[in-house]
Design a protein around this ligand. Structure first.
Ligand code: DSN
Length: 410
């Protein structure tokens, strides 16, 4: 028993269970896995080394491991209607790195969405491998609409001549037109990599257009809207299968995390069901309901709304920074992250906004009634940001409220 052999870690896990149960999680990239995913990830599969791929391993004893990885691959292919899948990337960053290294050379030009406009670190940011190994150029959003401006992106692509265009985002509340990206990539002779980490669940449920038919490469994570274990995956056209597999192993990774791959397989199966589609529908409708609620309370939404699982609040008219808002909400048990807004006058560690997502609360069974309550908590807390006793009172109410939605039946 962990309690006896390592009381420190046992206590901290218990504390984390309590924290998750007693708080409201609005982090757009987080979710709660099913008990079945948990049991696969917490299994003895963590014991096994399996460098290589099914049928081609560098270690013996991989007969069960081979089947597990093959099942995960087959399910990924079916779920996303893809030609080839690699389920070994430890995370989204490794998935992106493997894609870049599969067909690009150091110094090649890449064009990705600016981090400050909602892109991701690995899409060419200067402080990330993607911005140091390759020569990055960026597109952002239109100043007026705060949405992607495809004509402008095309103009940047024509000017910078990238070898690869990367589309997909971490903090973009609108639909992404993958077909438009594909057409412009072809026009300038670039590969297209679509990073669907955030919206993978919406895509399999048919609530967001899929890039799989277009992009040579699609990368993603399994733990966000897809509601699987922490990890990454790559889908690609058949002709790039070998290059991708070699780029993941032995290119950038060693032994795959087989317990996680088993968890991915379980999550892929769950994502094929009707219940999962309904869940995704609720994620999106909860998000648009929350967006309307914020607008009614006088908050400004970046781009004026949302089409997916997340929204971005511009807090400037509320005279509070993203950093302070994150801390204030955290102090009452509502977890969000500060986020820069497009053309933010403040630096990222302060930021003018916060990012909010509805995947996790929807998993807990929350709907419109609960969202009204959450909106009330948020507005009260942000309006009482320096009133300690009021914040304490809100914290108690949040705890009582959240505890009514157990994550795992006790
Ligand atoms: N950290 C993830 C997010 O919060 O969107 C992206 O990797």
């Amino acid at each position: 028993m962990l309690e006896k052999s390592d009381s420190i870690i046992a206590r901290l896990i218990k504390e984390e269970i309590k924290r998750e149960r007693e708080t409201i999680n609005l982090i757009a990239s987080e979710n709660y896995v099913s008990k079945n995913v948990l049991s696969a990830v917490g299994s003895i599969l963590t014991n096994k080394y399996a460098e290589g791929y099914p049928g081609r391993r560098y270690y013996d004893g991989c007969e069960n491991i081979d089947e597990i990885e093959s099942v995960a691959i087959r399910r990924a292919l079916r779920l996303f209607k893809a030609e080839h899948a690699n389920v070994q990337p430890h995370a989204g960053s490794q998935a992106n790195m493997a894609v870049y290294l599969s067909v690009l050379k150091p110094g090649d030009v890449i064009l990705g969405m600016d981090l400050a406009s909602g892109g991701h670190l690995t899409h060419g940011t200067k402080i990330n491998f993607s911005g140091t190994i390759f020569k990055p150029f960026y597109y952002g959003v239109n100043r007026e609409t705060e949405q992607l401006d495809y004509d402008e992106i095309f103009e940047i692509a024509q000017r910078t001549k990238p070898r690869m265009i990367i589309c997909g985002a971490s903090a973009y509340p609108r639909l992404i037109d993958f077909k438009r990206f594909y057409e412009m990539a072809k026009n300038v002779g670039a590969y297209l990599c679509a990073d669907i980490a955030h919206i993978a669940g919406l895509i399999v449920a048919g609530l967001h257009p899929s890039p799989v038919a277009y992009a040579e490469f699609v990368t993603g994570t399994t733990h966000k809207t897809l509601r699987g274990p922490r990890g990454g995956f790559i889908l690609c056209k058949r002709e790039f299968a070998q290059l991708i597999d070699k780029a993941v192993f032995p290119g950038i990774q060693g032994g795959p995390l087989m317990h996680v791959i088993a968890g991915k397989a379980v999550a892929f199966k769950e994502a094929m069901g009707r219940k999962f589609r309904l869940y995704q529908k609720n994620v999106v409708s909860n998000c648009s309901f929350m967006a309307k609620g914020f607008v009614e309370m006088g908050y400004r939404l970046v781009s004026g709304g949302t089409d997916n699982h997340l929204l971005l609040l511009d807090l400037r008219n509320k005279k509070i920074t993203g950093d302070v808002a994150q801390k204030v909400l955290g102090s009452v048990g509502i977890t969000v992250n500060k986020n820069v807004i497009p053309f933010d006058p403040l630096p990222p560690n302060i930021a003018s906004g916060i990012r909010i997502g509805t995947a996790a609360i929807t998993t807990r069974g929350m709907g419109k009634t609960e969202i009204k309550k959450i909106l009330e908590f948020i507005d009260e807390a942000l309006s009482a940001s320096d009133k300690i006793s009021e914040l304490r009172h809100i914290k108690k109410r949040v705890k009582r409220f959240a505890s009514q939605f157990p994550i795992y039946a006790e």
